[in-house]
Design a protein around this ligand. Structure first.
Ligand SMILES: C[S@@+](CC[C@H](N)C(=O)[O-])C[C@H]1O[C@@H](n2cnc3c(N)ncnc32)[C@H](O)[C@@H]1O
Ligand SMILES: [Zn+2]
Length: 316
């Protein structure tokens, strides 16, 4: 998936009439944040920022990043002002943050869009403090939602479509939005996370509030329901609270966060005479700053001569 594909995500269409889902997910996030060190919380893949107000409330310091800078500019317009640098464009595979620099990373409805989730999980683990937290909101199968999709496909007589509930291997490509994504079996998801060093601490489940017939029930009902975990594969969305390695408690948060070069991880400097950009003296990488939002994306792209080059639009 590259940034041009992701840019096509149409949030207004996607979230029309689904305020109850955002309310339930926001409240689950707040409850989970309450259990961990939330000194510095990074929302990775913040999108249109529907969950950002909840996370800003729950975090001591909030950071928001996305592969599409335009999403962040829109997000910033609709909310209380952000301090400069707390929103930045970044690629989950090459975060512009030093090792052990954040306490929580929140990833909601993003994992399913990653072509190589293991690589992104390893990168998140690098920037988390030892014992830090990953909160993952993810679509899984089998679930009632995948069963409903299978029934619809059967009734619409779509024989070419693989059934998601029972078949389809450990991960299948699906269209949950107008951009293709991946859907995982729960056990495969947990395998990837454990392989990357994340230990599962808690499971909250949600998504039934997304069904029109159930939407009228109060948010607190779904919040209670979510604490049941994932009985009988009922829920389409899981919120996993995961811990990265062992904690060095208490972690000292007195050093201010400074961006590093996403290409070589050296410190970035702001060149005189106050140009709206950040520069890496070591490798020459430059990040342009637009409306206080630095574009800190970078990827390795093989060109014909086999050399790496800077190519911000791609996200792998
Ligand atoms: C479906 S949206 C979810 C947005 C928000 N978290 C929510 O729950 O409404 C997925 C978001 O992940 C971002 N994203 C996908 N791949 C990414 C990557 N490699 N690095 C950073 N952000 C990425 C997309 O640009 C998009 O904003
Ligand atoms: Zn560099």
């Amino acid at each position: 998936m590259n940034a041009d594909e992701l840019r096509q995500l149409d949030f207004a269409w996607l979230w029309k009439g689904r305020g109850k889902t955002t309310e339930v997910e926001g409240r689950i996030l707040l409850e989970l944040l309450d259990k961990v060190d939330r000194a510095r919380v990074l929302e990775l893949g913040a999108g249109n920022g529907r969950l950002t107000p909840f996370l800003r409330k729950g975090a001591e310091t909030y950071l928001g990043a996305d592969a599409v800078p335009e999403f962040l500019q829109e997000l910033a317009q609709g909310q209380a002002p952000f301090s400069p640098g707390s929103l930045f464009a970044a690629n989950a595979y090459h975060l512009p943050l030093p090792d052990k620099s954040i306490s929580v990373c929140v990833l909601v409805r993003v994992f399913n869009f990653l072509d190589e989730p293991s690589r992104a999980m390893a990168e998140i683990r690098r920037v988390l403090v030892p014992g830090g937290t990953l909160i993952l909101g993810v679509q899984v199968r089998p679930s009632v939602a995948t069963l409903v999709d299978d029934l619809k496909a059967f009734l619409e007589n779509l024989p070419s479509r693989e059934p998601l509930t029972l078949g389809g291997g450990e991960r299948v490509q699906v269209r949950m939005t107008n951009v293709p994504a991946w859907q995982y079996r729960t056990r495969e998801l947990l395998k990837i996370l454990s392989h990357e060093g994340f230990a599962l601490r808690e499971v909250r489940a949600s998504g039934l509030e997304d069904y029109i017939v159930l939407r009228r029930l109060p948010g607190r009902f779904f919040l209670r329901l979510s604490a049941l975990g994932q009985p009988l594969s009922l829920f389409p969305t899981l919120f996993l609270l995961l811990q990265s390695g062992k904690g060095e408690v208490p972690f000292r948060w007195d050093t201010p966060l400074k961006f590093v070069c996403p290409a070589c991880r050296s410190a970035l400097t702001r060149p005189p005479p106050d140009l709206p950009e950040l520069r890496c003296a070591k490798c020459g990488y430059r990040a342009v700053i637009t409306k206080d939002i630095p574009d800190l994306r970078w990827v390795v792209v093989e060109n014909r001569s086999g050399k790496d080059r800077q190519a911000s639009p791609s996200t792998t």
